[in-house]
Write a protein that binds this ligand. Structure first.
Ligand SMILES: Cc1cc2nc3c(=O)[nH]c(=O)nc-3n(C[C@H](O)[C@H](O)[C@H](O)COP(=O)(O)OP(=O)(O)OC[C@H]3O[C@@H](n4cnc5c(N)ncnc54)[C@H](O)[C@@H]3O)c2cc1C
Length: 426
């Protein structure tokens, strides 16, 4: 089944981050093994993309496949206040009419399988239903993985091990690097609705973010096909899940009934399929790489679903990590410093989005008042909303926003492996 005893790179997890990293490293001529514990198609949340994903899709050969898909096109994001009053949508193409300002709302069971198949087309050796139990270390350096394949457990060797296991955070847990964000302690309850009310024209494919009447959270409404809309509510678990009983569908219905902005959109809709709950999803690892290993996507960290940045960050970290790993393999230098060279730039971009997330959750801060007072930052805001965060310029908005609300300090990125974390790894 597994063809070789040893690979240049083993990627654990075939979400957007893992498939991207694997595809680009195979394109660069390396032997790459991609291991996924589930069998596709499998459910996953994270359906609304940011336009900035365009550039990675183009590079990995997914752009034409997405254009040919049935996924709805997303051209805007719209915010609705707690009373149900719609704001003017942010149209991405108003800023730049190029096609890179449009993106898609994707069913992740379909999208992730497309990405996985695309990796195989690029020469990645792909396997489903193979669960990696742990990363194997030798003298502090990652040298392979122990994986469950059918009824047996096998050790497979790799020069570089990429953890792309999403919120499972396999390696960050193994090395005790995972740190929850105490200021973003949220839960989400979500489901799917047929015949929800939609806008027409350019805003038909919009992600709509609707504040809850209590001001402690928000709903998303994401069109996934002509008929089906994804709807979820995000709020502190102390409010949303604790003491609310064992039926999340009931809680979701109760929350919808309270919020005019979503209730009116679902007036004639019926719920289809399962209602799901997820919580404690905001965290980050203290390091992004070590000797022979790299973390990408949610396996490194996840901010908050508010601005739909998760898949964009997964794709971009996969792309940045792949380029760095390619350089490191060619130089035969698989040190923490070399493999983690992309970390500071990636973390700085993540921090820009994190600051915008924190501002949203500050009940005393009003985005519209801020934007009215500082229209010169409109372009900065839209650039963050499209995911154009890998540059220094857009951060200027926060120099001013800091006068209006308290913003988080960046979480430092550790670079040198503490000796005892290497011990924990073995
Ligand atoms: C409530 C909520 C709403 C969200 N909404 C959005 C949104 O609208 N837009 C957006 O961009 N993002 C959204 N996200 C975030 C998005 O889901 C993630 O950021 C994105 O999926 C990360 O991609 P990834 O490849 O890093 O991880 P994943 O997509 O989670 O992929 C990880 C893969 O690894 C596999 N795996 C795990 N453990 C193992 C193992 N031990 N061995 C082998 N395989 C393994 C898993 O089966 C999975 O296929 C949302 C998140 C939440 C919690």
């Amino acid at each position: 089944m597994i063809v070789r005893e040893s690979y240049d790179v083993i990627v654990i997890g075939a979400g957007p981050a893992g498939s991207t990293t694997a595809t680009l490293l195979a394109d660069a001529g390396h032997s790459v093994l991609l291991l996924e514990k589930s069998r596709f198609p499998r459910h996953h949340i994270g359906e609304s993309l940011m336009p900035h994903t365009y550039h990675t899709f183009k590079r990995i050969g997914m752009l034409d496949k997405l254009k040919a898909s049935l996924f709805p096109t997303k051209e805007s994001v719209q915010f609705v206040n707690a009373e149900g009053r719609d704001s003017r949508p942010y149209y991405f193409t108003d800023r730049d009419p190029h096609e890179c300002s449009r993106t898609w709302q994707v069913r992740r069971d379909v999208f992730d399988e497309m990405m996985f198949a695309n990796a195989a087309e690029h020469g990645v050796e792909t396997h489903q239903e193979v669960q990696v139990r742990r990363v194997v270390f030798d003298d502090g350096r990652a040298v392979g993985v122990e994986a469950k394949i059918g009824e047996t457990t096998a050790t497979i060797n790799g020069r570089v091990i990429v953890d792309a296991t999403g919120m499972n955070t396999l390696l960050a847990r193994q090395l005790d690097l995972r740190r929850p964000d105490p200021h973003l302690k949220h839960a989400a309850i979500y489901g799917y609705f047929r015949n929800a009310q939609r806008d027409s024209g350019r805003n038909a494919g919009a992600t709509i973010v609707i504040s809850t009447p209590e001001g402690n959270g928000w709903f998303w409404s994401i069109p996934l096909s002509d008929e089906v809309t994804s709807v979820g509510v995000v709020a502190p678990p102390a409010y949303l899940t604790t003491g609310r009983g064992a039926d999340p569908a009931r809680t979701l219905d109760e929350e919808i009934a309270k919020a005019p902005g979503i209730a009116k959109r679902l007036e004639n809709a019926e719920r289809v399929g399962e209602v799901r709950v997820t919580s404690d999803f905001s965290y980050r690892a203290t390091r992004i790489a070590g000797p022979g290993w790299v973390l990408v996507g949610d396996a490194f960290g996840f901010l908050d679903p508010l601005y739909s940045s998760g898949v964009m960050l997964a794709l971009t970290s996969g792309e940045m990590a792949a380029d760095t790993i390619d350089d490191a393999l060619r130089a035969d230098d698989l040190s923490a410093d070399r493999l983690g060279a992309f970390g500071p730039r990636f973390v700085a971009a993540m921090h820009l989005i994190k600051q915008l997330v924190h501002a949203f959750y500050d009940r005393d801060f009003s985005f519209s008042a801020f934007m009215k007072a500082h229209p010169e930052f409109q372009d900065h805001l839209v650039r963050i909303l499209i995911g154009d965060v890998f540059n220094d310029e857009v951060g200027a908005i926060f120099d001013k926003m800091r006068d209006w609300t308290s913003l988080p300090e960046p979480m430092p990125l550790e670079t040198t492996a503490p000796r005892d974390s290497a011990k924990a790894a073995t």
